[in-house]
Design a protein around this ligand. Structure first.
Ligand code: AMP
Length: 307
């Protein structure tokens, strides 16, 4: 069992999808990553920041999942990060309507003493300066995984590129991979991103699955075709939580094991989208998780005779 250090926003989200609309609910990259990674045998901690307006019951929800919150700062006179997004009819694309950094704007992260030697580091989406500061506090990281989004490419690209030089794995969606690399072909985009630093490049394609690029090899994990998708928010982070949680539990960071990690990530993301916000991720059943893993297996296995 390895230690997993999670960095990312702990936030309020307001979400609109074709199926409904929510007011400020619990969200944030680190929240989804933590809830997802809680399905694995790891010791995990979140480094993040919230304001005085953040309800104690949300913190309890994370504590109940055995997530260490010593590195979660509560700023008494500040407001929590807020994001508002609206999905298009296809649910694969969305517009960000509002991003209020609030307490995140000048957050100086403190990694808890007993998590400085974490093996697996999941740098979820937030300000690259925070991601950089966390990297500097680590004593013996085995694998650093980075997730980011277009907001940071638009606002602080140079700093983000510096972070990218320091990580082993990057997970981004297809549009962001194109934006970052300037290449339309995802194969070329992955190659260009490899050159920026990360040995492994994971490109998420929403309901069309995810690709893992390593050297000249590529592995593909489909997304499970679902009857109902209510809200894709957090799917990428849930994927990242499953990916990093599985690697922390197994302590095997080989390419072969990363293929399984991608499947675990995709599997957990498939649950996340079935309800609004974090609702579904708050109480997942191991029996349901395993049942879906079987579905993943039968979805992708076939025997073919080569002539
Ligand atoms: P995902 O759907 O996986 O891309 O993640 C959605 C989550 O990311 C939401 O819960 C938001 O609170 C959070 N989020 C949105 N924009 C940002 C941003 N610029 N930085 C960090 N987190 C963000």
């Amino acid at each position: 069992m390895g230690k997993l250090l999670i960095v990312g926003t702990v936030a309020f989200d307001a979400i609109e999808t074709p199926f409904g609309k929510t007011d400020k609910i619990l969200g944030g990259a680190a929240t989804y990553i933590g809830l997802s990674a809680a399905n694995f045998k790891t010791e995990s901690a979140i480094v993040s920041v919230v304001g005085h307006d953040f309800p104690e019951k949300y913190l309890d929800l994370l504590r109940d999942k055995n997530i260490n919150l010593d590195g979660l700062e509560v700023v008494p006179d500040g407001k929590t990060f807020f994001w508002r997004g609206r999905y298009h009819n296809d649910m694969n694309t969305r517009d960000t309507l509002d991003t209020q950094l609030n307490v995140l704007a000048d957050f100086e992260p403190q990694v808890p003493e007993n998590f400085k030697n974490s093996e697996i580091i999941m740098l979820g989406n937030l300000h690259p300066a925070v991601q950089l500061s966390v990297i500097e506090q680590l004593t013996d990281p085995k694998l650093i995984i980075l997730d980011t989004m277009n907001f940071w490419m638009d606002t602080t690209l140079d700093l983000l590129k510096e972070v990218i030089t320091k990580v082993d794995v990057i997970t981004i969606n297809d549009e962001e991979a194109r934006q970052l690399s300037g290449e339309y072909s995802l194969v070329k985009a992955a190659r260009a991103i490899h050159k920026m630093g990360p040995k492994y490049v994971v490109i998420k394609k929403g309901e069309h699955g995810a690709l893992l690029f390593y050297k000249d090899e590529v592995f593909f994990a489909p997304a499970l075709p679902l009857e109902e998708v209510f809200d894709p928010t957090g799917a990428g982070d849930t994927f990242a939580g499953g990916f990093s949680g599985y690697l922390a539990e197994t302590q095997d960071i080989s390419f072969e094991n990363m293929k399984n990690a991608i499947i675990y990530g995709s599997n957990l993301a498939s649950f996340c989208v079935e309800k609004f916000g974090t609702e579904k991720m708050q109480n997942l059943d191991i029996v349901d998780i395993n049942q879906r893993l079987k579905e993943f297996r039968s979805l992708t296995q076939f025997e073919i005779n080569l002539t």
